[in-house]
Design a binder for this molecule. Structure first.
Ligand SMILES: C[S@@+](CC[C@H](N)C(=O)[O-])C[C@H]1O[C@@H](n2cnc3c(N)ncnc32)[C@H](O)[C@@H]1O
Length: 95
């Protein structure tokens, strides 16, 4: 059994690997614990990071695209803070 999923989300016909928020939450819940660390090294629009944050996981996101990073920051900044889920992150950039 391999760990490559070939599932294609019909919502995103242009990107072969992109998945919707509900499916990513399902995957993260099934494969990690609260307080664990989720890494998305192709963060794109940040859906995996949003899912991880909303499930109280720590996360690291990487992307080579500045526009993608701006979208991710906007989405994360728009998430509500709660007692159990504070959105706090450090943005690192290499020139
Ligand atoms: C389809 S998106 C990924 C979707 C994302 N995983 C999610 O949860 O929504 C693909 C992203 O990978 C990024 N990317 C492609 N090659 C890369 C590389 N070598 N290093 C970092 N990011 C890369 C692109 O800039 C693009 O934003």
């Amino acid at each position: 059994m391999q760990d490559i999923w070939e599932f294609k989300d019909p919502q995103y016909p242009q990107y072969p690997t992109e998945k919707n928020l509900d499916l990513l939450k399902f995957i993260i819940e099934a494969s990690s614990n609260e307080g664990g660390l989720v890494l998305d090294c192709f963060a794109g629009s940040g859906t995996t990071l949003v899912a991880a944050q909303s499930l109280n996981r720590n996360w690291i996101g990487v992307d080579k695209s500045e526009p993608a990073i701006r979208v991710v920051q906007k989405r994360l900044n728009n998430l509500p803070n709660s007692l159990f889920s504070r959105v706090g992150y450090e943005f690192l950039r290499q020139e």
